[in-house]
Structure formats: C-alpha cells, structure tokens
Design a protein around this ligand. Structure first.
Ligand code: NAD
Length: 283
C-alpha cells in the first residue's frame, strides 16, 4: 500500500483515484471542485479541503490537471519533504515538464511524467495506456501504483511521455476530422452511416474514430466521451509547437489546429471533442 496524494479529480482523475482506492492504496485527494472532492469520499478515499492537506505524508503525488500552467502553479505550492515523487499524469508541455523537473530537483523532489490515453471508459476499467518519461529508478517506484491504472511503456527521459502523448492526440484529432468529413460526404451521397463504419473498420481507413468515437458518441448523438474539445486543441498546439521546436514540417497538423480553433470559437466552451462534427455540419 502506498500513500498517494491525487490532485485533480475531474473526468479522468475521478475514476483513476477511485481505482487506486479500490486497489488498497491510501488515497488523499484535492480538487478545486467540492463535488469532485465529495465523489472521492464516496469511493472510500479521503478528500482534503486544500493542497497542503492532500499531500501531507504522501509518498507519491499524482497530478491530473488541465495544463502546464496549472501543473507549474501546483508544483510551486507543494510543501513536501525531499524524496517525494511527483507524477504528472496530465497532458502537459514536454519542454516545460523538463524545466519543471530540473527546478524541483533543487528541492530534492523527483518529477516524472506519465500521461495517458484511453479516455474516461478505460480510466474506469484500469486499461489506460500510460506513456512515461523519467529515470528507470524513479519510474520503478511508481509502477505498482500505475499498474492499477493501465499498462505502462517508458518513452524516454523526463518530458518524453508528454511529447508522445501530444503527438498521439494530434494524430487522433486529424483522424477524427477527416473521418467526420468522409462520414458527412457519404451520408449526403445516401450511404448508411452504420454500414460505412462497418466497412471502414475492416478496411484501411480504420482508426479510433471509426472504431470508438463515431459509433459510441457521434452516431448516438450523446457527445459524452468526457474529453473536452479545448483540451484536445491544447494537445494539438503542444504537438505542432514540438514540431516547430525541432524544425520538422507539419502542414496537416497546422491545418487541423486552425480548423479546431474555429470550432472552439464557435462551440460552447464545455463542448466535448466529438462535437467537432457538429461544427463541420454547420460550417
Ligand atoms: P477535467 O477538466 O474533467 O478535470 C480537471 C480537474 O482539475 C477539474 O476537476 C478541476 O476542478 C481540477 N483543477 C483545476 N485546477 C486545479 C487546481 N489548481 N487544483 C486542484 N484541482 C484543479 O479534465 P480531464 O478530462 O480529467 O483531463 C485532465 C488531464 O488529462 C488533462 O491534461 C487532459 O488533457 C488529460 N486527458 C484527458 C482525457 C479525457 O478523455 N478526458 C484523456 C487523456 C488525457
């Protein structure tokens, strides 16, 4: 059993912290939202009214927060003894993660990154894909905890998990956009959407969008994947920024970002990322 502080109990952090509680870890959590804190208490974990209360006596501090700005501010505020391991499971910016890891090393704190893919459904079932960055020794310390959440692959030194996560989501966003364009064109042509998906899923156009997003959230018109459109745009910008920083061309990525920015301006701020198709329909 490990004493874990879990900061950020939202769409992902909520079910992830619940799994750690169910596995027998001593979880103390904090979120700005009282409802999210109550949800942790309801699973048998312990919520704290502030960050300091959550991290007291923690061996490992897990962060599942919206972005690097909030991660940096939270890490600045962390009052933890040397030797504490901080695991940033948020989808943060790789170069900022590297700089943050160097900065906290002066306080005796080790920071590793362990962002995830798989969405809310796989957070609930403990089947997330976890991509890590950090030293093998530091990652070995957190592995028993991560094993309750999914399957881990080490991508490289600190920041590498965040880099591959952003690149994955750029691909995922581009797949969803082009799949939606194809589906709308097919529908207008008179094709049945379910038949199209069935054919795509045994053909070369297959992707997470044809296998999961379209059949589960778009065709039933629920748009409730639990992953916000603005969070996806954040990840796409991280990926195109990464490409720019290393000087590789990414014309399709840049185009996808500009479409996604227009959709973010047009749709409700809380829109699910699968609602991109509704923006396409109207545009
Ligand atoms: P979310 O908005 O549902 O949850 C974020 C939580 O952080 C909220 O409950 C919010 O109240 C809390 N929060 C914000 N600032 C805080 C602070 N200073 N202190 C404490 N709590 C604070 O977002 P989410 O969908 O759970 O995503 C979290 C992270 O995981 C993001 O980086 C996102 O990009 C990434 N991610 C999300 C999904 C998904 O499917 N939702 C999948 C993979 C990765």
């Amino acid at each position: 059993m490990t004493a874990v502080a879990f900061v950020g109990l939202g769409n992902m952090g909520g079910p992830m912290s619940a799994r750690l509680v169910a596995a027998g870890h001593a979880v103390r959590g904090f979120d700005l939202s009282p409802d999210a804190r109550q949800a942790l208490d309801d699973t048998g974990g312990t919520s704290a009214p502030d960050l300091a209360g959550a991290v007291r006596d923690a061996e490992i501090v897990i962060l599942m927060l919206p972005n690097s700005d909030i991660v940096e501010a939270t890490v600045d505020d962390l009052d933890v003894p040397p030797g504490t391991l901080v695991v940033d499971m948020s989808s943060s910016e790789p170069l900022r993660t590297r700089a943050l890891a160097e900065a906290v090393a002066d306080r005796g704190i080790t920071l590793v990154d362990a962002p995830v893919s798989g969405g809310v459904a796989r957070a609930r079932t403990g089947k997330l894909t976890i991509m890590t960055g950090g030293s093998p020794e530091a990652l070995a310390r957190v592995e028993p905890v991560l094993a309750c959440l999914g399957t881990t692959t080490r991508a490289g030194e600190v920041g590498s998990g965040h880099a591959v996560k952003a690149l994955n989501n750029l691909m995922s966003a581009a797949h969803l956009l082009v799949t939606s364009e194809a589906m709308l064109a097919g529908e207008r042509f008179g094709l049945d959407p379910a038949t199209m998906l069935s054919i795509f899923n045994s053909s070369s156009g297959r992707s997470g969008s044809t296998e999961n997003k379209w059949p589960n959230f778009i065709l039933p018109e629920t748009y409730d994947s639990g992953f916000g459109l603005r969070l996806m745009l954040k990840d796409m910008r991280i990926a195109t920024g990464l490409a720019a920083s290393v000087g590789t061309p990414d014309p399709l990525g840049e185009a996808a970002v500009s479409f996604w920015e227009r959709a973010a301006d047009a749709l409700d701020p809380g829109a699910d990322h699968t609602e991109i198709v509704n923006w396409l329909r109207k545009d």
